[in-house]
Design a binder for this molecule. Structure first.
Ligand SMILES: [Fe+2]
Length: 374
């Protein structure tokens, strides 16, 4: 796949994206809006990695299907009759149009609206009406076994459905070893989803949402009313494919902030390359972002909010939590939209500069992108 995409692209196009080891400059502007770079990211980052595609808890019952895209490629997440999660490329094997066009529940099979080809919930092709002629559904040399839905390799980690499109990434437990190690003390099974925030499309490249999440430098300025987490109490996390930051808050500060709708707890802000985001907020809350690149300058984002089992806070407090996180994301989105907008300036061709202390996780993220696309 990547070979054909590479054809015709001069190497000089990518020479511009080399990172200078002396000055910590950022990626040049084109990495955020050029279509060639975008296609390379699809083929070399999103096809080859383990990527969050959706949430188990949204597939409520057998037959439930949710179409989505990973790196632009259409896939469908579904729960089969046995209750297992299955993931397929979301195209009919006949004419390759997208098969499932909205979240829905299938009672028996999935029928393509174009010529009524029908698949069961395990992807097997069950009907090809009149494909061979007026009275013949199956041509003599046509074996339906060769034309079932194409499965996508997937792995379920707690509530999160990860996919690996090219099927060649290391096993998920190896790929995600660093982030799993960093949350090994969190009993994930005790957390349950209480809310989902859907921010729709944000006018920014997916990388800006990631870079913004993993650096603590902006928090004191951008989130000055929504958080109470001093910069000095943060450290960054640069650990293999797990990049981010963490902050330790003294219990007295957490107590002092009680009653204000502001985040003042010991937290970890972790990512798994390329686009998975996990926040832990001790002792009772977690959040996960689904970041979905749509176009070079457009990313869809959702946030799932989790609380620990036995949490008895009233609905009004859950509503306050939704409001808090909606405000925090809006503050970040405002900056990420401006980061994207600024990339139209020739000044941004140089990539700006990164703090060697607070933005080393951003730096490493950008190196991982460059290593993948080169
Ligand atoms: Fe932020």
């Amino acid at each position: 796949m990547s070979e054909t995409i590479d054809q015709g692209l001069p190497e000089s196009l990518f020479a511009d994206f080399a990172l200078d080891n002396g000055v910590r400059r950022g990626l040049p502007a084109g990495a955020y809006w050029e279509s060639d770079f975008w296609r390379r990211e699809q083929a070399r980052v999103f096809d080859r990695s383990w990527v969050l595609a959706g949430f188990v808890h949204e597939l409520t019952e057998p037959g439930q299907a949710i179409p989505t895209r990973v790196g632009g490629r259409p896939i469908v997440l579904l729960r089969n009759a046995e209750g297992d999660i299955r993931v397929f490329h979301n195209v009919c094997r006949h004419r390759c149009l997208t098969l499932v066009d909205g979240a829905q529940k299938f009672e028996r099979g999935i029928t393509c609206p174009y010529h009524n080809w029908t698949y069961d919930l395990n992807g097997a092709l069950r009907a090809t009406p009149f494909f061979g002629g007026p009275k013949q559904h199956r041509p003599a040399d046509f074996d339906p076994k060769d034309h079932g839905l194409v499965a996508v390799r997937h792995f379920v980690w707690h509530d999160w459905i990860f996919v690996n499109l090219d099927g060649a990434a290391p096993p998920f437990a190896d790929y995600a070893a660093e982030i799993m190690g960093r949350v090994a003390d969190v009993d994930m099974a005790r957390f349950h989803p209480v809310a989902m925030l859907d921010f729709g499309e944000v006018a920014t490249n997916w990388k800006f949402l990631m870079e913004n999440f993993m650096e603590p430098y902006h928090v004191q300025y951008v989130h000055k009313t929504t958080t109470d987490q001093p910069l000095k109490d943060h450290h960054t996390v640069v650990d293999g494919l797990c990049l981010g930051s963490a902050v330790d808050i003294a219990p007295s500060r957490t107590e002092a902030a009680a009653g204000r709708n502001s985040l003042a707890v010991t937290s970890r802000y972790l990512t798994l390359f390329p686009s998975f985001v996990l926040g832990t907020y001790a002792p009772d809350q977690m959040g996960v972002y689904l970041n979905q690149p749509v176009a070079p300058g457009v990313t869809r984002q959702k946030r799932a909010i989790y609380l620990i089992d036995g949490d008895t806070r009233p609905e009004s407090e859950v509503a306050a939590l939704r409001e808090l996180w909606a405000a925090v994301h809006q503050e970040d989105h405002d900056m990420c939209v401006r980061l994207q907008s600024g990339r139209a300036s020739p000044v941004a061709d140089g990539g700006g500069v990164l703090s060697p202390h607070w933005e080393d996780s951003v730096r490493r993220f950008q190196e991982l992108v460059v290593e993948a696309v080169r």
